[in-house]
Design a protein around this ligand. Structure first.
Ligand SMILES: NC(=O)c1ccc[n+]([C@@H]2O[C@H](COP(=O)([O-])OP(=O)(O)OC[C@H]3O[C@@H](n4cnc5c(N)ncnc54)[C@H](OP(=O)(O)O)[C@@H]3O)[C@@H](O)[C@H]2O)c1
Length: 238
C-alpha cells in the first residue's frame, strides 16, 4: 500500500474547489507524477505536465465509468467533492437538501471507489476521503451536512475493512473549519486551505488512518475521547 505522494498518480474530485486546489499545489510540490483534476466544470482548470483536467460530475455513473476507464493508472483516489447547505434538519423546507448532501457527500465517494477499486487493487493504491470533524459529532445548525458526512465516515470504515485485505489503504481526513466558500458565512476561526492541505498530506504520508486537521478538529477529537456527550451538548447549545 502506498504512503508517499512522490511518483503517485492521483485523481481528485471537486478539483476546482479551494481545498482541492491547495491539495493539488502541495501534491505537485511533493513530487506527484500525474494528477487527474476532476471537476464538473473544467473551464477553470489548466492542463500542464502533471495536471490532466477531467470532466466528472460525481453524481453521474457515466462520467465516473469514463474516468475510471481513462485513468486506470491511478494509485490514489481523493474523494474531495462536497456540498454543505448549512441547514438544520427541520429548518429545511423538504428533503431536497438532505438528498443532495447524501448524494454528493456519501453516495458519490461510494460510486467513485467502486469504479476505481479494480485499478487501485491492481496498483496497490489508496483512497483518501475528505470528511470533517463534524462527521463525529453533529452541529445542529448544519445538521443535515453532518449526517451526510457521518455516513461518509462509516463508509470510510467499511471500505477500509473490505479493501485492506486486497492491498488498498483507506484514509479519512477530518478537518475543522477551513476558509473556503463553504464556510463564508461562519464568523469563527478558520485555517487556510494551504495549511489544511499540508496537514492532510503530512498525516497521509505518516500512515495515519484518521487524520485530524487543525486545532478545532484536534480539540473536538480530544473532547470526544474524554466525554462524548459533553461535546454533543456543547455543539447543540451553539
Ligand atoms: N471548508 C471547510 O471548512 C471544510 C471543513 C471540513 C471538510 N470540508 C470538506 O472539504 C471538501 C472540499 O470543500 P471546500 O471547503 O474546498 O469547498 P468548495 O471550495 O466549495 O469545494 C467543493 C467542490 O466540490 C465540488 N462539487 C460539488 N458537487 C459536485 C458534483 N456533483 N460533481 C463534482 N464536483 C462537485 C464543487 O464544484 P463546483 O465548483 O462545480 O461547485 C467544488 O469545487 C468537501 O468535501 C467539504 O465537505 C470542508
Amino acid at each position: 500500500m502506498s504512503a508517499t505522494i512522490k511518483d503517485s498518480v492521483v485523481i481528485i474530485t471537486g478539483a476546482a474547489g479551494a481545498i482541492a486546489q491547495a491539495l493539488i499545489a502541495e501534491m505537485r510540490a511533493r513530487g506527484a507524477a500525474k494528477i487527474y483534476a476532476a471537476a464538473r466544470d473544467v473551464s477553470a482548470l489548466a492542463a500542464s505536465d502533471t495536471i490532466v483536467p477531467l470532466k466528472l460530475d460525481v453524481t453521474s455513473d457515466a462520467d465516473t465509468a469514463a474516468a475510471a476507464s481513462l485513468a486506470s493508472d491511478v494509485t490514489l483516489l481523493i474523494n474531495n467533492a462536497g456540498v454543505n447547505h448549512n441547514t438544520a434538519l427541520l429548518a429545511a423546507p423538504d428533503l431536497s437538501i438532505a438528498k443532495e448532501e447524501i448524494e454528493i457527500n456519501y453516495l458519490a465517494p461510494l460510486r467513485l471507489t467502486r469504479a476505481f477499486a479494480p485499478a487501485l487493487i491492481k496498483n496497490h493504491g489508496s483512497v483518501l476521503n475528505i470528511l470533517t470533524i463534524l462527521a463525529r459529532v453533529n452541529l445542529p445548525i448544519m445538521g443535515s451536512y453532518c449526517a451526510s458526512k457521518a455516513a461518509a465516515l462509516s463508509l470510510t470504515q467499511g471500505l477500509r475493512g473490505e479493501l485492506a485485505p486486497r492491498g488498498v489503504r483507506v484514509v479519512g481526513a477530518l478537518p475543522g473549519a477551513v476558509d473556503t466558500r463553504m464556510t463564508a458565512g461562519l464568523p469563527i476561526p478558520k485555517m487556510t486551505p494551504a495549511d489544511a492541505a499540508r496537514e492532510i498530506l503530512d498525516g497521509y504520508e505518516a500512515g495515519e488512518e484518521d487524520i485530524y486537521v487543525g486545532d478545532m478538529a484536534k480539540g473536538l477529537a480530544a473532547g470526544l475521547a474524554q466525554d462524548h456527550k459533553a461535546v454533543e451538548k456543547q455543539l447543540a447549545s451553539g
